[in-house]
Design a protein around this ligand. Sequence first.
Ligand SMILES: NC(=O)N[C@@H](CC(=O)O)C(=O)O
Ligand SMILES: [Zn+2]
Ligand SMILES: [Zn+2]
Length: 426
Amino acid sequence: MKPLLLKGVRPYGEGEPIDLLIRDGVIAEGTDSDAEVIEGNGAVLLPGFVDLHTHLREPGREDTETIETGSRAAALGGYTAVFAMANTDPVADNAVIVEHVARRGREVGLVDVHPVGAVTVGLEGEKLAELGTMAKSKANVRVFSDDGHCVHDPLIMRRALEYSKALGAVIAQHAEEPKLTVGAQAHEGENASRLGLQGWPAAAEESIVARDCILAKQVDAKLHVCHVSTTGTADVLKWAKARGTKVSAEVTPHHLILTDDRLSTYDPVNKVNPPLRTQDDVDALRRALADGTIDCVATDHAPHAVQDKDCEWSAARPGMLGLQTALGIVVETMVKTGLLDWRGVARVMSEKPAEIAGLTDQGRPIAVGEPANLVLVDPDATWTVNGAELASIAGNTPFEGMELTGAVTATVLRGRVTALAGRIAE
Ligand SMILES: NC(=O)N[C@@H](CC(=O)O)C(=O)O
Ligand SMILES: [Zn+2]
Ligand SMILES: [Zn+2]
């Protein structure tokens, strides 16, 4: 592999532009006249993004996304590592499936694909899956989640936390008290009432987060809360962290910007789980991400087929694309508002997620000797979202037609360019 020279780049968007040499996949000292050159033109250099929450749909729904197409979307979005959720068909609840996902990810080679293992067999919430076997498999699973479903039974959740502690892993919970969300279609509030949609109360999320924080504290295990969507959850997290709970949390880009005001068109592109909430929630989530109560941004990239989205609201599947729009939405909601600087973006999109998942080669400082997992961002470039042009097979983006600021100029995985100027580097 040829050395790579990133010319005129600004690490963390700070100081004067510098030249950065990469040799053998590692950030090196000096310069090299034989190196392949990327002209930075003063672009912002960050550690490659890490997504703790991606749905790649392989195996089972390769009509909507594959490990290959999802990897392309990830590289174009500036990601160097993604965690592929277990709600595939068959479910990733055993070593065979997680090893397949990991192997396929390596073959594609555009982003590190880390399979998430299911907590319970078939995501059914009844019987613990073989967490130890998945952890010890070649896939080296360190994040377990029944995402799409809540690990509802408190005894099973407690056991899962105990096992994951012994394995040095983390349980990522989709916090949704199922008895409070039977038939739920939208955030329980004024809009849902007016539109005649069955409500999904904030308490369904908050009550599970509170319970799990108490369980995690008692067991002294690591808990991660998926897609936080309410003010109340942020309050619970603050309380739990203050009493020393090993809890971390993520917020999705869409929950940082969209509200249930969008639902008046009944367009299912806006249907997602947990549902879009209120402007007060959006504001609270932004503050919580800025002050560290919420640790990181995770996309919950959820591709769906046309027939599962272009249908009546109640029949549509929940979920939205996220990998290629995450940066733009974070810029819009957190950078332009002054809530985060570029160091803050590196923290919430790379360093924290890597730390939560226990990755030692991602989210690292931009310094000599460190692995060259990097993303170069043109902070002023604008582009318009077009679902059909995104790398995913599915096109269900809620940001269709929106102009976003901040474009990924290049993504570098262990010194190899995976995406350049909006195209996959073949
Ligand atoms: N977020 C969603 O609305 N859908 C996800 C499942 C999930 O994250 O709960 C999916 O798999 O489609
Ligand atoms: Zn979920
Ligand atoms: Zn999800």
